[in-house]
Design a protein around this ligand. Structure first.
Ligand SMILES: C[S@@+](CC[C@H](N)C(=O)[O-])C[C@H]1O[C@@H](n2cnc3c(N)ncnc32)[C@H](O)[C@@H]1O
Length: 257
């Protein structure tokens, strides 16, 4: 007798899901790959080429994939709450004993208890912490400070908005959205369309329905300025914090313990 579920799972093209996730995210952030490159440059500069990494709010494991491609001796724990994105991550890295995944809500004060280690050389995150409001984000920064070893790093690549420059922000946003509209006319998939495809996939339909129960379309959070992130990270125990890369819309902030 054929086990339909097993057969379907084995046939799922996880690489294709990774590719389509990357294209969808790049529609919002054309510089996404450059951010990852600089992030890994700073990992190498500060903690070397065989780090133990926590891929925070890992989604499909985009940071982990780039980490292991560049540093084969690295190891990674991915943590996220989304069952569909975690299914893609787990399918992609199945059998790779350098990688493990944990389901946890980063707003849960006990979330670190689910991790396999209590200390990391680097905690890395991208395009995720704007899903949290400032108060839970400040609490999360406290937990991260507890997880990063002395001399280790935390990096957050995300939208960080400077409210003191409204005209610059508006012009940049208008240009970015005009380009996104053009890319959409050329066939780019947006967030909602990508999730519609996941909902229609026989393997991802169940976890996708569960992720909509958890988040709805998207969680609602804040995008405080770089100075807020740097100040809170220092308050929570990091020795230094500053941007190491930025684009007109995004920043990669590095905090050193
Ligand atoms: C836009 S995705 C980015 C994923 C990945 N870092 C990347 O760059 O492709 C945002 C991720 O943050 C995760 N996330 C948001 N809030 C979370 C929370 N409270 N706990 C755990 N994960 C969360 C979502 O599930 C999602 O996977």
């Amino acid at each position: 007798m054929t086990d339909t579920n097993t057969t379907t799972t084995a046939a799922t093209d996880w690489h294709a899901w990774q590719e389509s996730w990357d294209r969808q995210q790049e529609w919002y952030m054309p510089d996404r790959e450059e951010r990852f490159r600089v992030m890994l440059d700073m990992v190498e500069a500060l903690v070397g080429t065989s780090p133990r990494v926590l891929d925070l709010a890992c989604g499909t494991g985009s940071i982990t994939a780039r980490l292991l491609a560049r540093f084969p001796d690295a190891t990674s724990t991915g943590v996220d709450l989304d069952p569909a994105l975690l299914a893609i991550a787990e399918g992609t890295f199945a059998g790779d004993d350098r990688v493990s995944f944990v389901t946890a809500d980063l707003k849960d004060p006990e979330w670190t208890a689910a991790l396999p280690y209590d200390s990391y050389d680097a905690v890395l995150t991208a395009t995720a912490l704007h899903w949290l409001h400032q108060e839970p984000l400040a609490d999360l920064y406290g937990h991260i400070a507890g997880l990063v070893r002395d001399g280790g790093v935390f990096m957050n690549a995300d939208h960080m908005i400077d409210d003191s420059t409204p005209r610059i922000n508006a012009a940049e946003r208008a240009q970015r959205h005009a380009r996104m509209d053009q890319a959409k006319r050329d066939g780019a998939l947006d967030w909602a369309q990508w999730w519609q495809l996941a909902a229609e996939d026989p393997v991802l339909a169940g976890p996708t329905a569960r992720r909509y129960e958890i988040y709805g379309e998207h969680a609602d959070g804040d995008m405080p300025p770089v100075a807020w992130h740097a100040r809170v990270l220092r308050d929570k125990g990091f020795g230094e914090a500053r941007p190491v890369w930025c684009s007109p819309s995004d920043t990669l902030l590095l905090a050193l313990k």
